[in-house]
Design a protein around this ligand. Structure first.
Ligand code: CU
Length: 304
């Protein structure tokens, strides 16, 4: 029998951990070089990932922070990359454990920083083009985002024919677990500063360029959507189509499920972070994973 006092202590200690249900871009590997992101709100050190100040999702399609994430700041460094390189985005939750959400698509955009180094480029009015999008792994199956629950990165290929220059690459997760209500979709954008070499000539057309925010509406079919009622329905990606020059785009976002754990980035897979999710309304029902429950929480729940 659980005493009411014990239960209330348990629940209030959970309350302070709710922040762990969200997350941020913890690190990125560009080609063979890995860069660690600054913890939100921590004193920044040199990196190529623009630092945010809040692990909570960006809410609302016209939110200014849709651009590069919550109050994103310029990063001091720039990663060198080449056309065709893999950029591996490793998202973590608020406690540095693996990403917790598993319902929703991922998309990747780029924008030119022009002749200037991206470390001084204000992207708020930038024109972005899409280079990648991925929804479910198989029709009616799990979303690609779920592969990151093991700590695996999402792998995106820099277009093999992209023109050289300074670019921001913007990876975006859209968590849809409460997106059946307008304004419920959770946006997690993150920007990485690159300089791309090579001799490519690929550029987007004018019609393929969009503003962020600006490209989405809260009522877009991929943003105001019940992700559960009809799993085999085609997902309608918000924003523009992938730019036409991105030929041979291999959108192998995250490794296949069978190899995910083998290639997963180091992570504390036994972390009890996010252990309180089952106690939070319907929003997180979808995200509950047994390994994320602490032993104590587990003992309070029906055995699965
Ligand atoms: Cu979250």
């Amino acid at each position: 029998m659980i005493s009411p006092i014990f239960l209330s202590v348990l629940l209030s200690s959970c309350a302070v951990q709710l922040v762990s249900a969200h997350g941020w871009l913890g690190s990125v590997t560009v080609g063979s070089q890995t860069f660690i992101g600054n913890v939100p709100n921590a004193s920044p050190t040199g990196t190529v990932i623009r630092q945010i100040d809040d692990v909570d999702p960006v809410k609302g399609a016209s939110n200014a922070f849709l651009n590069c994430g919550q109050n994103a700041q310029l990063a001091s460094d720039v990663a060198q990359a080449n056309p065709g390189d893999t950029v591996a985005f490793t998202w973590v939750n608020g406690d540095d454990g693996p990403w917790v959400h598993n319902t929703g698509p991922m998309q990747t955009y780029m924008t030119s920083c022009g002749s200037q180094d991206c470390s001084s480029f204000d992207s708020s009015d930038a024109s972005w083009f899409k280079i990648q999008e991925q929804g479910r792994i198989t029709p009616g199956g799990d979303w690609a985002m779920s592969l990151m629950n093991t700590g695996a990165p999402a792998n995106v290929t820099i277009p093999s024919n992209i023109a050289p220059g300074n670019y921001l690459i913007r990876h975006e997760l859209i968590a849809l677990q409460i997106a059946q209500t307008e304004g419920g979709a959770e946006f997690y954008p993150a920007c990485v500063q690159l300089t791309i070499g090579g001799t490519g000539t690929g550029t987007p057309t004018g019609e393929e360029l969009v503003k962020l925010p600006g490209a989405y509406s809260d009522t877009d079919p991929g943003i105001l959507v019940d992700a559960y009622s009809n799993p085999s329905a085609d997902y309608v990606f918000p924003g523009p189509p992938v730019a036409a020059f991105v030929s041979g785009n291999t959108t192998t976002t995250a490794p296949s499920a069978s190899s995910a754990s083998a290639s997963a980035a180091p992570s504390s897979s036994t972390s009890a972070s996010g252990s309180c999710k089952k106690r939070r309304s319907v929003e997180l029902v979808d995200d509950v994973r047994p390994r994320m429950l602490s032993r104590v929480m587990k003992s309070l729940l029906p055995q699965e």
